[in-house]
Design a protein around this ligand. Structure first.
Ligand SMILES: C[S@@+](CC[C@H](N)C(=O)[O-])C[C@H]1O[C@@H](n2cnc3c(N)ncnc32)[C@H](O)[C@@H]1O
Length: 215
């Protein structure tokens, strides 16, 4: 895949790559796909290259939307890229597969006050501000049998994600994961997260989890 990245747009990390691998294995030619929080468009382009019937991508950042459009063309794919807050640009629309790598790094910044590149990672106190909204708002955007593929960290509480999605009537499983040391940002915040009780003292390893939820 050829990817360019405009200044300020999130460069795909190991979590993006983990999710892209799962996505490529699971997308089918019948699927209408929504990539929420698309950044460079790496997941949208992955879905389109894997043969999805149609692909829509949404991001709150103008540059991310422009970058996704460029990367779609560079890879000979068609992606409808829209700017806006989570599901707002696709109000009333339903999809077979929704894929998302939302901001999920815990910290004291309120994500709705984050600006510039920080919008890609600021997830609020427990890193769940966007995750919770996605879990609570997803069902009307899934066709019957439709599914969510979302990546998050074990630091964000896998149990809470499972509980929220199950409350919405979805069947939930963790379908892929990878373990690694905290990245630079999470390491820098670890003492503060220990004090708030979000992580245990000395905890510096996280699991990246790909959560699948089926309607
Ligand atoms: C972690 S990056 C993921 C980018 C890309 N999907 C990837 O995996 O490399 C999160 C993205 O979410 C976007 N974002 C943050 N808040 C958003 C919101 N409220 N609605 C839509 N997109 C949002 C950011 O601009 C950023 O591009």
């Amino acid at each position: 895949m050829r990817l360019v990245r405009l200044p300020g747009v999130f460069p795909p990390h190991s979590d993006s790559q983990l999710l892209a691998r799962t996505l490529a294995r699971r997308v089918t030619r019948r699927d209408s796909v929504l990539d929420l929080c698309c950044g460079s468009g790496v997941l949208a382009v992955t879905a389109a290259r894997a043969g999805a019937d149609s692909v829509t991508a949404v991001d709150v950042s103008r540059r991310a939307v422009a970058c996704t459009r460029i990367n779609a063309v560079l890879n000979g794919t068609r992606v409808r890229a829209l700017r806006g807050d989570l599901f707002a640009p696709v109000a009333g629309e339903r999809f077979d597969l929704i894929v998302t790598n939302p901001p999920y790094v815990p910290g004291s910044t309120n994500p709705s006050h984050a600006t510039g590149p920080a919008r890609a990672w600021e997830g609020g106190a427990a890193g769940r501000a966007l995750i919770d909204r996605i879990c609570e708002d997803i069902v009307p955007h899934l066709r019957p049998g439709g599914r969510l593929l979302m990546v998050q960290s074990s630091v964000n509480s896998r149990e809470r994600t499972e509980a929220l999605l199950e409350d919405e009537g979805l069947e939930v499983n963790v379908v892929d994961s990878s373990r690694g040391e905290y990245g630079a940002l999470l390491s820098a915040r670890a003492p503060e997260l220990e004090r708030s009780g979000l992580i245990s003292p000395g905890e510096r390893v996280e699991d990246m989890l790909v959560v699948e939820a089926i309607r």
